[in-house]
Design a protein around this ligand. Structure first.
Ligand SMILES: [Zn+2]
Length: 360
């Protein structure tokens, strides 16, 4: 799967290189962003000492939509709700699909039962790799328990059972790269307004699962932490949070427009980043590589994480970019390569591929 995706990246780059003037038929189409304020109506979401998640989500969503609407003539803003009402999770995704949205932004507020946690997180769809991320998905997905016939509608999915979440393991997510890139910009925006950055994460959110466009779920902060609750319920806090997401939107839209124009800004750099073409010379053979770094975002060829190494390859797995160095059909040779890498990448380990697929 990983190398297949890599091949796709190559094919795209080749297309861009050969058809630089090719314009998408949808170029004159209006860009549609669907903003989804989590919870509402009978579902308050997380509840703080004085505020409710549903109200914070709605306020920030409306402010974000207004910022976008006021600045862009070519962007249509659609809300899944613009007042205090309950909407099924499936219906939220349906709205985005019905409008053929180009971007889906679900806005939420986090909480913990114990302790005082601060900070913002932005999620893309994927398999949760930590208990903490799984807990957030469980909490948000539990909204379906308030829906009629949820067992039927969600095919027996139990939001509180970790076993249910296996469905997110084998899921194809063709918009992952764009979603992660947008999520990273959102987190940068939050850092700029001095929020604690808890990073871009992945987890199995039902609301993201059925959307067929790049999509993110934002956790604005912890309503269970008094200082964060105060900030999020204040007009100033809500304005800053909306502005941070808006700034990320501006960058995302700029990049989108450049690609629509047929001249992708990063075609040249992407080409430099991917310096190794997947080889077809080893059909049927096991090919070994050394994995050196994993990242939740795509790294530039000169990224400090790669420590100056050139000819670094990558593949994508479970929402992570995994960088490899070296390639050999000889276990002995790859072990030597790994030994030489250990000084710079102490956790480097050997992985194997066969016919483009990662194998055990
Ligand atoms: Zn929520």
């Amino acid at each position: 799967m990983a190398v297949k995706e890599l091949l796709c990246v190559h094919m795209l780059i080749v297309l861009f290189l050969f058809f630089p003037a090719q314009r998408s038929a949808g170029q004159d189409k209006v860009f549609t962003v669907v903003i989804d304020p989590g919870h509402g109506g009978k579902d308050p979401g997380a509840v703080g000492a004085t505020a409710k998640e549903k109200d914070i989500n709605l306020a920030v969503s409306l402010k974000l939509g207004k910022l976008i609407g006021d600045s862009y003539g070519d962007v249509k803003v659609v809300y899944t709700r613009d007042r205090d009402r309950f909407i099924d999770l499936n219906e939220r995704a349906n709205i985005a699909n019905k409008y053929k949205a180009d971007l889906f932004i679900s806005i939420h507020t986090n909480a913990v039962a114990k302790g005082s946690v601060r900070g913002t997180e932005t999620y893309t769809l994927g398999l949760a790799r930590t208990e903490e991320n799984l807990r957030v998905a469980m909490m948000e997905n539990s909204a379906i328990l308030l829906e009629d016939d949820y067992m039927q509608k969600y095919e027996g999915f139990d939001p509180k059972s970790s076993e249910s979440y296996i469905i997110f393991e084998f899921m194809q997510n063709k918009h992952m790269e764009q979603s992660i890139s947008f999520a990273s910009e959102i987190q940068k925006g939050f850092v700029a307004c001095k929020r604690v950055d808890r990073g871009v994460r992945q987890a199995g959110f039902l609301v993201l699962r059925k959307t067929s466009m790049p999509s993110v779920l934002i956790e604005l902060g912890y309503i269970s932490t008094p200082a964060e609750e105060q900030y999020m319920k204040s007009a100033q806090g809500q304005n800053q949070l909306a502005k941070a997401i808006y700034d990320a939107f501006v960058k995302y839209k700029r990049e989108y427009d450049r690609k629509q124009g047929g001249l992708p800004a990063d075609a040249a750099t992407s080409r430099k980043e991917i310096t190794e073409t997947p080889s077809t010379a080893h059909a049927g053979q096991v090919v070994y590589k050394v994995q050196i770094v994993a990242s939740n975002k795509k790294l530039a060829s000169n990224a400090k994480e790669l420590k100056g190494y050139k000819n670094v390859d990558f593949y994508v797995e479970n929402g992570m970019y995994k960088y490899t160095y070296g390639e050999s059909t000889s276990m002995e040779e790859i072990r030597t390569i790994r030994r030489n890498l250990i000084k710079d990448f102490k956790d480097a380990f050997i992985i194997s591929f066969k016919d483009g697929k990662k194998v055990k």
